[in-house]
Design a protein around this ligand. Structure first.
Ligand code: FES
Length: 108
């Protein structure tokens, strides 16, 4: 199991574990956190926007060109912006800290 630390809009950090290979989007859903994830991980929306904590940015595999393209559609990206459906649970991501980003109109 991989533990993700996910800060919600309420400012609280939720510790949610998922089996290896599952996505951060899956973890948010398991935890009942407010994330749309409209396309189900097909890189066709941007409704799974999260911000990775600074100390984790370089530890994650780089975003693919397709993920970068989808992030470019969002008006509120910041350093550390990623799509939760593209981050996988593994030994390398155990303990990952992220913050949910609020939904923006037209992101899908
Ligand atoms: S769920 Fe659609 S891009 Fe992540």
């Amino acid at each position: 199991m991989t533990m993700f630390n996910i800060e919600g809009a309420d400012g609280l950090t939720h510790e949610i574990d998922v089996p290896s290979g599952r996505s951060l989007l899956d973890a948010c859903r398991k935890g009942g956190l407010p994330m749309e994830g409209l396309c189900g991980g097909e890189l066709a929306c941007s409704t799974c926007h999260v911000v990775v904590a600074p100390q984790w940015i370089e530890r994650l595999p780089r975003a693919s060109a397709e993920e970068e393209d989808m992030l470019d559609l969002l008006p509120n990206t910041v350093a550390g912006s990623r799509l939760a459906c593209q981050i996988r649970a593994s030994d390398a991501t155990d303990g990952l800290c992220v913050r949910l980003m609020p939904m923006v109109e037209g992101a899908a």
